[in-house]
Unconditional design. Structure first.
Length: 176
């Protein structure tokens, strides 16, 4: 049985642990080995403690949980990208649970909340080498529309913006 709920400060350590686990599993070669093998959990814990202690109005962090603990999370901000109502900043499923529909359900939970708030459109940025995530977003109707670079943890990696100019398209895809 999977429960979806808003994250609170009490979830910060578990979200950080899942975030670090996902990055270690999927971002090797994107983020520096020294960071992934070193301070990734501490850095993510500081990030999530701050984000969940001081959430900005309309920011959204939703976790999925089972009796055994957190299984994934999604976070969305509303003012991150000019021209778009929302930016999906993070979407992570526990590595051993990927490919079972949880990513789509998590995204669907966030999108339902955005639609209810009248948000018309959304986008996100994905690393170019993250082909699995790019395939996932394409399956959900996302359109690549521009390229850039992300600087994080001392590394620079090319990334691509994926857009849903009509958020209803993503809402339908998350339900299909
Ligand atoms: C990307 C991620 C969130 C997707 O979640 P998931 O639970 O693995 O994906 P789902 O099982 O919900 O897949 C939903 C649909 O997308 C499809 N899909 C998933 N990956 C795909 C791929 N690489 N290519 C094509 N379709 C894909 C699935 O087949 C499914 O469609 P279907 O029901 O018609 O078969 C998850 O794999 C993850 O956490 N990856 C690591 C972190 C990451 O890269 N996050 C994104 C950062 S931008």
């Amino acid at each position: 049985m999977t429960e979806f709920r808003d994250a609170g400060l009490v979830d910060a350590d578990a979200v950080a642990a899942l975030h670090a686990e996902s990055w270690r599993a999927h971002y090797r070669g994107i983020l520096p080995d020294a960071y992934l093998d070193g301070q990734v959990f501490q850095e993510r814990r500081a990030f999530w403690q701050d984000a969940l202690r001081n959430p900005r109005v309309d920011d959204l962090t939703i976790v999925s949980a089972e009796a055994t603990g957190l299984t994934g999370f999604v976070s969305v901000v509303r003012d991150g990208e000019p021209g778009f109502g929302a930016v999906i900043e993070n979407l992570h499923v526990r590595p051993q649970l990927c490919g079972r529909g949880l990513g789509r359900r998590l995204l669907g939970e966030a999108v339902a909340r955005l639609m209810a708030a009248g948000v018309p459109s959304a986008c996100l940025w994905v690393y170019d080498v993250n082909e699995a995530a790019i395939g996932f977003y394409a399956r959900l109707g996302g359109i690549p529309d521009k390229h850039g670079f992300d600087d994080f943890a001392g590394a620079r990696a090319p990334d691509t913006r994926i857009v849903w100019p009509d958020l209803a398209v993503l809402e339908r895809a998350c339900k299909s």
